[in-house]
Design a protein around this ligand. Structure first.
Ligand code: AMP
Length: 177
């Protein structure tokens, strides 16, 4: 149900932001109230009724904010933004990861998560896994236990899941080719 809704509402944009990339545009999903309500429930499903609850949801800039905030609300957890460099005002910890050309960095406030906290990390899409694995390293550096990572869309053919072996990954739709 959620699977086919997402599939119907995702717009493939070839050669964006550069040649050879098929960009998965999720803005038609955001504009559909019914789809969003179902997606929020589906994202929360693996984490509701856990014996040991999740206390923080980490959302990755910027589309991870859109899905992470309502997920945090649904789980009765706090929300923590994971941001691009230079955006967070307080003291940060940072992790870099390789891109096809060059590298990128993400940051987290050093007091955003306390040791032993159980956290979930959210983004819109898992491609090569570089972003999510850097976020997992950040959370673990602060002593958090990463209960899982959740995304709407997984580009399974890119094998990003393999970079995240010691973490449970939940995706609402997986494109294998
Ligand atoms: P990666 O680090 O390769 O797993 O890339 C994941 C991040 O890049 C996510 O924050 C996505 O929003 C974005 N991203 C990567 N590839 C795509 C794509 N084909 N369509 C839309 N967003 C993408």
């Amino acid at each position: 149900m959620v699977h086919s809704l997402i599939d119907d509402l995702i717009r493939d944009v070839p050669d964006f932001p550069k040649k050879g990339i098929v960009f998965k545009d999720i803005t038609p999903i955001l504009a559909d109230a019914k789809a969003m309500a179902l997606i929020y429930e589906a994202l929360a499903a693996p984490y509701v009724n856990l014996e040991q609850p999740v206390s923080k949801v980490l959302g990755i800039e910027s589309r991870g904010f859109i899905f992470g905030t309502p997920l945090a609300h649904r789980l009765g957890a706090g929300f923590v933004p994971v941001r691009k460099p230079g955006k967070l005002p307080w003291k940060t910890v940072s992790e870099s990861y390789a891109l096809e050309y060059g590298e990128d960095t993400i940051e987290l406030h050093e007091d955003a998560v306390t040791p032993g906290e159980r956290v979930v990390i959210v983004d819109d899409l898992l491609a090569t896994g570089g972003t999510l694995s850097a976020a997992v390293r950040l959370a673990r550096r602060l002593g958090a236990e990463v209960v899982g990572c959740s995304v709407l869309v997984e580009l399974g053919f890119l094998g990003g899941r393999k970079r995240l072996e010691a973490v449970e990954i939940h995706s609402l739709i997986n494109y294998e080719e």
